[in-house]
Structure formats: C-alpha cells, structure tokens
Design a protein around this ligand. Structure first.
Ligand code: RUQ
Ligand code: CUA
Length: 634
C-alpha cells in the first residue's frame, strides 16, 4: 500500500472511532429536519471525501459564480474551494480589474452574471485548454487553464440582449454558442412599442468563432428568430455533430406577466440549428448586416433551423454521449422527453411538419420522440454516466433521478437539500463521461450550516454514483451563484507555476533593478518598477501634479508562490504580479501630496518593509486649487 493509501485508511479508522463516540451522544435534530444518518454511512462518506493534508484531489470543478461575475474552482472529492477566477468583475484579491490591461478588458462594466462554463473540447472530450463562460450583459469570456486567468472578453455582442443560452462549445471547440433571453428590436437601440412585441421584437442565435490554436474568439454569424426567450443549449455530438440545440420559453410571444402569458400553450420548443449550414451560408455571402454583423434569416436559408415541440417552458437540453438522444422537458412536468436524432432527421426529410413560426418549420412531436421518462416533478437538466445512465435534476421534487437511456427505466432517486437547479457529473456532458460523482447545485441551503443571517449561501452536494443507489457524500456551501459547473479530471489540466522569464515579451519588462526608475516624456512618466523580496525598486518616485504616471511592474521572482502586490494609497489601485509577470497601472497624478505604495501580498518575513512613496509635487501656485480638485480621484 502506498503511503497515501495507508494514511487514508488510518484516517478513516480515526473518523470511524470519532463517529462511534459521537454516535453514543444523543443526536441534536435541527427542527426535526434531518434524520441522523447511520454511523457506517457517515464513515464511508468521510473516507470517500477525505483528502489528507498534502494529498491532491482527483477532479477540478469549475462552477459559475452567477452575478458575482466570477468562476469558483473546487477540488473533488474534497469539495474544497481552491480559488476564485475573476472574469466579469474586478477582484482586488488578484488585482484583476485594476491594472491597465484588465481594466480595459472589463470596459465600463462593474458586474457580470456568469452562468454556464464550457470547457474546451477535442473530439467531444475535455482537453483542459480553456474555459469559456457567458455573461448576461451579452459577453463571453475565455479563461486560459495554463494560468487560470481571464484572457479575453468578447462583447457586448451586437443584437443580443441577455445572453443566457451560452457558452456551450461544439465538440472540437469550433464555436461557443450564444442566444438571447430577452427579445428586443434589433439592432440594439431601435425603438418599438411593447404592443409590437410579436412582430417587431426579435431573438437571435449567435455562433462565436474560436481560433483552434489560440482560443481567440471572434464574431461568426447570427440567425434572427421569432421573439421567443431562448434559455439553454447543448451542442450535438457523435451522430448529431454539426447541430446545436436551444430551448425556449414564451413561444406564445407574450408580454407582461410571463408566468401567465407565456404559459398558454402546452408546448414550447427546442430549436435544432444546423451550424455547419450557417457557417457555409455566411461563407457564400448570405445574410444581411444588422448592428455590424451578418445575420441570417431562416426564411432565406431553408434547412437552417427546425423547431422540436417540447413540454411547456423547458430549461436544459442535453445530448447523450453518443449524440443519439436529445433530452428536454417542460420544467413543470413530471416527465422528460428523449428525442431521437435519427427520427428528427427522418421527419425533416419527410417534411413531417405541423406548421411554422415565421418560416421556421415545426416538427411533429410524436414523430421525433422515443420516450417520455417519468423522472419526477420539475426536471431541469440532465448529465450522463459512462454506463448508459442519465441523471436528471428535479427542482420541484428537490431530488435527482437516475435512469437508463434506451430502456427509459427510472432506477433510483435521491433527495437533495434543497431545490436543485443544475447538476454536474464528472465529465458528464462529454462523449465519455467518467461516472463516480454528481454534484447537485442547489438553490437553497436551508440552515444546514452555521447561520450567516438573512443572506444565505447556496449549497453544492457531492453524490457518489459508483453504485446502483446514489449516496450523498458531502455538503459544501458556496457564494452566489453556481448555475452550472463542469468537472474535469485533474491530470488533463497542466497549469504553470511561474511565468518563465524567456516568455515575458512585455515591452516594459524590467529584470535588473539597475534599470528601474522613472523616465519622463513631456508630462508622461513611465516608472520601470521591479518587485522582488523584499524591495519595491524604486523606493520613491517624484512627479509633478498633472502628470500621467505609469508604473510598469515586473515581479522578477522565478519561484512558485512568490507573488507581490502593489497597492497605491489615495489613488485606488491594487495589483498583484505573479512570478515572472509584468503589469502596468496608469494614474493621472492630479492630487498633490505623498502617497505610499506597498506590497499587498504577503511574501516574506520582510514583506512589511516592501514599501515606497509616490511624491506628487504641487503645481506652482496651484497648491490650494490642486488639493481641492484632488479630493475626487478618477
Ligand atoms: S440557469 S439554474 Cu443559467 Cu439553470 Cu440558472
Ligand atoms: Cu512582496 Cu509582500
């Protein structure tokens, strides 16, 4: 047995001993909410989730941070929160949004609503290169998994209002997809009264092109659609590769109280989009420029998009690992429907339509479905295991159902606490799911933790799916708000520990303290700055009031973990510079006085000594005036 294995057994034994002691004490029911679990179950769960100090987790889980605009990184099975990747929101912890480059990337936005992470794929399998994530403000971002940093934010994308149905990637990361949740007149900025909703408001579906080498995103194409509310999506794979599926609600084209007006019909739709045809049509010069992008009208490109009737107000749509089935359901139903992709193709060939919506053919439900699986109430989202099992989250039942593809038999159900939205299985939306774990991303945590007052955390529960019956292993609590997560085998991700010196091509990188210091050109001052234990060089800089000052800071360490910060008091800036990295921060020195800068990231025994002064000399005769002006900084 390995040392690690031995340690695990010893610890499990200790846990067991602890539990048997605890087992003698009267259990303390909390408002009668929870039946105490059997001691043996607790011991097994403890052993399965315990990652001993120094040991590593087996999986990364990337969880969306919702309206925090961030991505949270967890280790599984421990469910430890390992880090936060700021994406659409400034984050002083890593200095994101304070240096010149990331400030520019965030633009004028101070928040984002990040919903659905999508790991890059090669042949339908996660390849560990990038993570994409959408923002409701019409944007999509790319995180590089080499350094876990946000490298690009594309958007706001023209014509998209409320980019919820995103950022699903295609099996070879050709595209990240987008769709609009809120239909509006396009291009954005166009006026039309609400009474004209059904005719003058439009939805759009967008293909965001991804460069296969660099991951760089660019605008591909758009398709205009009726004013439905597009919700979620999934890319076809295997037999259905080349197709993209999106759910929608409000096919009624209602306005006002949607809970009433958008619930008139029995069925809404899943749209099936032939994205290769979209690509080809754009290459042939089809489409019309709207809002600065080429937009295809389905009336002019027959075969581009079809509507599959689906239970009222569906949420998730999920394609089985072989691409054969498309799973979707009304979110107030008790069943989920398995649509058969071959039957969809046959129905298209036979023109087995029941009508159209603004020229988009509507397929016949009975002709394209294989089964209605009685999973339970409120099915939202489905993930897959390696053995033909599917796992569906049930919001109303507050449970997860396990069922079999092909036989459509529901074999198990496990309650969760409380009200699951999405769920994530280990590599559970790829062509080769891993099994092992499902994480239930719950909306409410209902006091299964120390109270934090009225603002309650969300809960993520780890469930063991290795046996026939699912077993709850662990409760973890998270900040708002994981809408969806993806779980990748840890050894597929290959992060660096320092930025190698030879890769640093920053024009202002400075590796020698002798070259550090200010250089003036007119009223612009560039301060080459070197940070290394335990000095910031230069230790003081004098400039004139009104100068534009750029600190170009290079952390010349090449040692793991040796981060340095650069907090500038009075000017509202804080950066963190990783080993080998150069970042710039520019301020307008409009306030006279003496402003300390210091290392914000604890780095050594003499971290506290790592400090200096920016001295801003008042304008001649402008002293009083300058000071007053200076009370507001930019
Ligand atoms: S969505 S659960 Cu973007 Cu399902 Cu929120
Ligand atoms: Cu450098 Cu603290």
């Amino acid at each position: 047995m390995t040392l690690q294995g031995k340690r695990r057994v010893a610890i499990a034994a200790a846990a067991l001993a602890m539990i048997s002691v605890a087992g003698c004490a009267p259990s303390k029911p909390k408002g009668g909410r929870r039946a105490p679990a059997a001691a043996s179950d607790v011991a097994v769960a403890a052993q399965k989730t315990y990652v001993a100090p120094g040991d590593l987790d087996e999986y990364y889980m990337f969880s969306s941070g919702g309206h925090s605009g961030q991505v949270f990184v967890y280790g599984l099975p421990s469910m430890r929160h390992l880090g936060t990747i700021p994406v659409f929101t400034p984050y002083p912890g890593t200095g994101y949004g304070y240096d010149d480059d990331t400030r520019k990337m965030l633009g004028a936005y101070t928040w984002g609503d990040a919903h659905h992470p999508a790991l890059s794929e090669t042949k339908g399998d996660y390849d560990g290169r990038w993570l994409f994530i959408n923002d409701m403000n019409g944007r999509v971002a790319r995180i590089d998994l080499r350094d876990f940093k946000t490298k690009q934010i594309l958007g706001p994308i023209p014509n998209v209002s409320g980019n919820h149905g995103s950022s699903f990637v295609t099996p070879n990361t050709e595209y990240a997809m987008m769709s609009s949740r809120f239909s509006v007149p396009i291009p954005l900025g166009t006026y039309a009264p609400i009474e004209k909703y059904a005719t003058d408001y439009k939805g759009v579906v967008v293909g965001v092109k991804i460069d296969p080498k660099s991951g760089e995103m660019s605008l591909g194409w758009e398709i205009v659609t009726p004013p439905f509310d597009w919700d979620l999506g999934d890319a076809g794979k295997g037999v259905s590769d080349g197709w993209m599926f999106f759910t929608c609600y409000n096919s009624e084209r209602g306005t006002g109280k949607l809970e009433v007006t958008a619930s008139q019909r029995d069925r809404d739709y899943i749209a099936a989009v032939d994205w290769r045809l979209a690509e080809k049509s754009i290459a042939e010069g089809k489409g019309k420029m709207i809002g600065g992008v080429r937009v295809l009208d389905p009336r002019e490109v027959p075969g581009l998009i079809y509507l599959m009737p689906c239970g009222k107000s569906p949420h998730g749509v999920d394609v089985s690992p072989d691409g054969k089935w498309i799973i979707g359901s009304g979110k107030l139903q008790g069943v989920t429907t398995a649509f058969n992709f071959e039957k969809v193709q046959t129905a298209i060939r036979n023109k087995d339509f029941i009508g159209d919506e603004d020229g988009i053919p509507v397929l016949k439900y009975e002709s394209i479905k294989d089964a209605e699986v009685p999973v339970g109430l409120g099915p939202l989202h489905t993930q897959f295991g390696p053995d033909g099992f599917a796992y569906t989250s049930l919001f109303v039942d507050s449970a997860i159902a396990k069922w079999k593809l092909g036989t459509w038999e529901v074999v198990d159900k496990i309650p969760v606490s409380y009200s699951v939205g999405h769920l994530a299985a280990a590599e559970g939306d790829t062509v080769s799911p891993d099994g092992k774990y499902v994480v239930s991303l719950n909306k409410l945590s209902h006091g299964r933790h120390l109270s934090l007052g009225p603002s309650q955390p969300e809960s993520s529960q780890l469930i063991d799916i290795t046996e026939e019956k699912m077993k709850l292993l662990y409760d973890a609590f998270t900040e708002p708000e994981p809408h969806y997560a993806q779980i990748i085998k840890a050894d597929k991700v290959k992060p660096i520990e320092v930025y190698p010196k030879e890769e640093n091509k920053h024009p202002l990188a400075t590796w020698d303290v002798k070259e550090a210091g200010p250089k003036r050109e007119g009223d612009r001052v560039v301060v080459r700055t070197v940070v290394v234990r335990s000095t910031i060089t230069p230790t003081s800089v004098e400039v004139n009031q009104g100068d534009t000052v750029t600190f170009a800071i290079t952390n010349i360490e090449q040692t793991t973990d040796e981060l340095h910060g650069f907090g500038l008091l009075g000017y509202d800036r804080n950066l963190v510079v990783d080993p080998g990295e150069t970042k710039t921060v520019t301020i307008k020195a409009d306030k006279p006085g003496v402003f300390p800068y210091y290392c914000t990231n604890f780095c050594s025994a003499l971290h506290q000594e790592m400090q200096g002064y920016l001295i801003v000399k008042p304008r001649a005769g402008g002293d009083e005036k300058g000071r007053k002006h200076g009370e507001e900084h930019d």
